[in-house]
Design a protein around this ligand. Sequence first.
Ligand SMILES: [Zn+2]
Length: 313
Amino acid sequence: MLKTIRRIHCLLLGTAALVTAVSLGSAASVAQDKNETKIVATFLPIYMFTKGVTGESGKVELLIPAGADPHDYQATPENARSIAEADVLVKNGLGLEEFLEKLVDATGNSQLQEIDASQNIEPLEEEDKDHDDHDHDHHHGHHHEEGNPHVWLDPVLAQQQVKNIRDGLIQADSANEATYRANADIYLRKLQELHQEFQSRLSPFQGCKFIAFHDAYPYLAQRYNLQQMAVVELPEDNITPRDVQIVIKAAEEYQVKGLLAETGFNDNRMQQIAKDIRLPIKKLDPVISGSLDPEYYFTAMRNNIKTLEEVCQ
Ligand SMILES: [Zn+2]
């Protein structure tokens, strides 16, 4: 399942190492080198983690625009060009980027080094979305054979992803090892602080049960002793009375504290369902849209802490 990183560019990197050795520690000057490593990251969280490691100076291209759904993303000719010219491709892995393998093969870039950010992470199985009693055709859902790919939403697993990215970048571009290590240390410390904040702020709400509409939060729930009781995947339009019944039934069956929807959901209908069953509905952010600033991950995740506090109180 895991791709090994191919060693390439040995001669080129060797030269680059000589040239840049003098300026190690000064990331800005390194980035101006025209031999700089061209890095492409697949989607927003992976882009932010990669930027966190390269620092301000490193040039990283984002493949899937922020806000686009990585699950059913259709690659563009521009994407193909980006990958054809790239030295390094950083992906979430665990089958999230379904389009990627074909795209990479098509570009015929034999020099490309792939970094699988989920390497050495043991994935959870995807939720059985049907819970035995719901129609299959209610789900437009995506099933990933490699397990649930939403690991970036757990600040502890995110640290493993950052370490994987750091190690992969060092292997691809050893000239900048010191920069990558220094930046990664800072980013990892922030992720650890975020984790501690999740722990302390959610500790009064142990066991809090919620219903989600996308199977994106099992890692987060497991980490902080919350319970994602059900995942009800509603159609993107035309929510039927039967869909509403499914939500109501699940809410009663599992005695949940609230409904956690996502950005992009039709507010009015969801608000109506929530009103009918007298449960709060809040938006939990999967962090696939928003600012490209690597700090934005922390902003979005702190908003998620607040959301969970409000739902679970
Ligand atoms: Zn997803």
